[in-house]
Ligand binder design. Structure first.
Ligand code: CP
Length: 316
């Protein structure tokens, strides 16, 4: 297929063919990461702005690594040490960054829709690295690549997502991706974190507050990060969350024996996940991180004008 994306703002609008195309492109970069020399010159002379207005470890370092491995330069904005602290607006900040002539901007922002806002105002490609409660598309793609690696397919899987569904952009991006492959998705968590409207996001979504009913038959178990500040609400103390929803070995055993256990990170051991589960052979936590670099290499490559398919990455 021809490559027609100008931005990557979410996974909702992607078709199944487009997702397969992006995963195929990412696989080419997976192979490169297994080589002793991982650095390419494919994007030499290009530069990427990484504008992170919200904290990040994995996504920021992953895009930085991806750019470096393609030979591109990165220009970093971290909000806490930038002039946004002096009151500079988002639009003035990104226009200023564009004036330094980068080829792409990767943006994370606490406001849902911020990357769309930026994309409408700049003349360069925009990659959404997580916006508010909306989407985290590169995470959705790297998760799909990881499932596909482990299980050999994306089609027709039972996927259970456990935790704070309401506030999870990771959950939304994964739902948009996996539902295009006919997956049946069960959303499990405390009732206050299970918005009814999310059941309408795709045809095969089930809301199930009881974890013992949500896990049987699951091929994929995705545990979400719990933001500890939300557990201060009197209705849900941390020990109650642990009792009802922590992913323990006994609970994981309710899923299929070959089920894949995923977590996007950052992971709080002892809260949403038992360390024995996080470190189990079923866990793909570190594979997700490795695959994140490959997916982001593919995105940077394609959005800055690289040729699609088996073309491209030339070493040197
Ligand atoms: N998964 C993820 O987005 O992690 P970071 O917040 O560390 O980037």
């Amino acid at each position: 297929m021809s490559f027609t994306f100008r931005h990557l703002l979410g996974t909702e609008a992607l078709t199944r063919d487009e997702i397969n195309f992006l995963l195929d492109q990412s696989r080419a970069f997976q192979a490169i990461q297994k080589q002793p020399l991982k650095k390419l010159a494919t994007l030499r002379g290009k530069s990427a702005v990484l504008a992170f207005f919200e904290t990040s470890t994995r996504t920021r370092i992953s895009f930085t690594t991806a750019a470096a491995r393609l030979g591109a330069d990165t220009m970093n904005l971290q909000a806490e040490s930038s002039s946004t602290q002096k009151g500079e607006s988002l639009v003035d900040t990104v226009r200023m960054l564009e004036a330094m002539k980068p080829d792409v901007i990767v943006i994370r922002h606490a406001a849902s829709g911020a990357p769309h806002f930026v994309a409408e105002r700049l003349g360069i490609p925009v990659i959404n690295a997580g916006d508010g409660l909306h989407e985290h598309p590169s995470q959705g793609l790297l998760d799909a690549l990881t499932v596909s690696d482990r299980l050999g397919r994306l089609d027709d899987l039972n996927v259970t997502i456990v935790g704070d569904i309401r506030h999870s952009r990771v959950a939304r991006s994964n739902i948009h991706v996996l539902s295009k492959f006919g997956c049946r998705i069960t959303l499990c968590g405390p009732a206050m974190w299970l918005p009814a409207e999310m059941a309408a996001m795709a045809p095969n979504i089930r809301i199930e507050p009881c974890i013992n009913r949500a896990l049987p038959g699951a091929n994929v178990v995705m545990v979400l990060r719990v933001q500890t500040e939300r557990l201060r609400e009197p209705s849900l103390p941390a020990d109650e969350y642990i009792r009802l929803y922590q992913m323990t070995p006994a609970r994981l055993a309710l899923a299929r024996p070959d089920a894949v256990l995923m977590h996007p990170g950052p992971m709080i051991r002892g809260l949403e996940i038992d360390p024995a589960v996080a470190d189990s052979p079923q866990s793909t936590v570190l594979e997700q991180v490795t695959n994140g670099v490959a997916v982001r290499m593919a995105l940077l490559y394609l959005l800055t004008g690289g040729a699609p398919s088996g073309a491209a990455p030339q070493t040197g």
